[in-house]
Write a protein that binds this ligand. Structure first.
Ligand code: PAF
Length: 281
């Protein structure tokens, strides 16, 4: 596996691969890789002849008060994981390589970005869509792999690809969890031991919602209130949002009739964690 830092070099390699007729799978990440990323890379490697993983902490998707500067980084660890999972190239551009001049062009997806994380993190999805478009233009993958933990991101990227006729197939991959149920995330590393225990409240509250749904509860307000009281029973937890939305339009629903996404964002101390599941009856 090779680590490539420049756009010109990776383009050259990909041109050669395409000449040979190789299919290219792409896993965009912000590094500090974990089992969730590993599962994406392994899937990409099982479905494509060549696999590129990018690790780039994209500044344009972080808000002013967010964790850009302390976002965890460990290139050596990432390189080992990528190699073991079957990647051929790690693309690790610098911020200057990706943004040599202040960009004047952005990609925005409307409506789908209005609620959930889009509402709480203004500008976030513009940053994500713009950098993913740039990465797609650089790598020109046949398939690109995204985790379902960022369910809104996945829906937004699918829409962007459809609306802009991008020639890439988007593959969503299931959430990977720790043995105790906490969804894997690079941000879990911020948690102290006490916070790590408290963070279990995210998955527990979703399990609780699942039970209500299994019992036949259809009223979303009741389910949301019940999830909220579950979360606030944990003293270290502070709710950012609890929402139940149509799984396709991402619009809030009052009654559960079609498949829905039950999505939560919770601060555990200063660390903001997200989790979700999709319910269809
Ligand atoms: O999901 C992420 O890690 C990022 O949002 C992505 C897709 C790599 C864009 O920076």
């Amino acid at each position: 596996m090779r680590v490539i830092c420049t756009i010109s070099e990776i383009r050259e390699i990909i041109r050669e691969w395409k000449k040979e007729g190789f299919s290219v799978g792409f896993v965009p990440t912000m590094g500090y890789l974990h089992e969730g990323h590993k599962s994406l890379i392994e899937k990409a490697s099982s479905e494509n002849q060549r696999v590129v993983v990018s690790t780039f902490v994209n500044p344009t998707q972080f808000g002013a008060n967010e964790d850009l500067n302390k976002y965890p980084r460990d290139l050596e660890r990432d390189t080992n994981l990528c190699e073991k999972a079957g990647a051929h190239i790690m693309f690790v551009p610098s911020a200057d390589e990706m943004y040599p001049t202040t960009p004047l062009t952005f990609v925005n997806v409307n409506i789908l970005t209005e609620g959930l994380c889009g509402e709480k993190r203004p500008g976030h999805f513009q940053g994500v869509c713009s950098v993913v478009t740039k990465l797609f233009n650089i790598i020109t993958p046949n398939r690109a792999y995204f985790g379902e933990k960022d369910a809104q991101q996945l829906a937004v990227i699918r829409q962007m690809v459809k609306d802009l006729n991008m020639d890439v197939k988007i593959i969503g991959c299931p959430i990977i969890r720790e043995n105790d149920g906490l969804a894997k995330s690079s941000r879990n590393t911020y948690l102290s031991d006490e916070e790590r225990k408290a963070a279990l409240i995210l998955n527990k509250s979703l399990k609780h919602a699942n039970e209500l749904l299994l019992e036949g509860e259809k009223n979303t307000e009741k389910i949301i209130e019940s999830i909220k009281s579950f979360i606030i029973s944990e003293p270290l937890a502070k709710i950012d949002y609890v929402q139940i939305v149509d799984s396709e339009t991402l619009k809030s629903v009052d009654k559960i009739e079609k498949p829905v996404l039950i999505a939560i964002a919770v601060f555990i101390g200063k660390t903001r964690l997200i989790d979700n599941f999709t319910w269809s009856n």
